[in-house]
Design a protein around this ligand. Sequence first.
Ligand SMILES: C[S@@+](CC[C@H](N)C(=O)[O-])C[C@H]1O[C@@H](n2cnc3c(N)ncnc32)[C@H](O)[C@@H]1O
Length: 250
Amino acid sequence: MTEHVILDMCCGSRMFWLDKADPRAVFCDIRAEEHVLCDERRLVISPDVIADFRALPFADATFPVVVFDPPHLERVGPNGWQGKKYGKLNRDTWREDLRAGFREAFRVLKPNGVLIFKWNETQIPLSQVVALTDEKPAVWQKTGKNDKTHWLIFVKSGAGAVSGEPDHLMHYATKRIVELESLLLVDVAETVWPAEVGMVYSQVEIAGDLPAHHQRRLKHHINRMWLEKMPVPAIVTAARSLAAAMENYA
Ligand SMILES: C[S@@+](CC[C@H](N)C(=O)[O-])C[C@H]1O[C@@H](n2cnc3c(N)ncnc32)[C@H](O)[C@@H]1O
């Protein structure tokens, strides 16, 4: 089975899809309907999943690509073809509805995932719509009659962009902290260090204020850097940073 890597949050009749049955995509819409338009053509809205883009039924960080082409008209005739094709915005709630749509899009996107957003400015300027999300588009292209159609591409920030931080990032960060701590906090026995260690140690101003076990660790790290033939100024700089970090763990 092909993995679903694209979410179309409100697919309508899939007009802009080259392959309207693209197996990589999950097609969602809030309605399933069929109409015959005035030119006798059939308009079929048949989503894979009936879903509301304000509350999508998918887990956080699921898709690398999301497509969001919501209704852009708040005024349409009761039986007009535009309403059938594009749906209609609720006059009173459209700002909240689209705000929730953006929030959901970024929630279900993986870190660094791409959101493709389309808007037509016939009735509502795009500036009012982009103000409904804090994310900033990377690409913005106008097309169509009088440049009224806009295509925006957003790239979700790598980490911490949404609530519900992916578990694997948390896991990675925790693992790194444990690794760094074990590097920094090696258990060091009482010993006599070579004179060179004492020479560098004396240049680390805050060393004398550290607890005895940290002072031993600091000398151990200086000794290792010395044995690895690091230049003395670099050892002093590294030792000062280590001492500052140890102060936080004192
Ligand atoms: C502009 S059309 C999409 C056209 C589509 N991109 C295409 O290529 O044919 C917007 C669609 O959003 C759907 N829609 C409106 N409100 C929705 C909601 N809350 N959740 C999901 N879909 C919604 C409408 O039913 C309509 O089909």
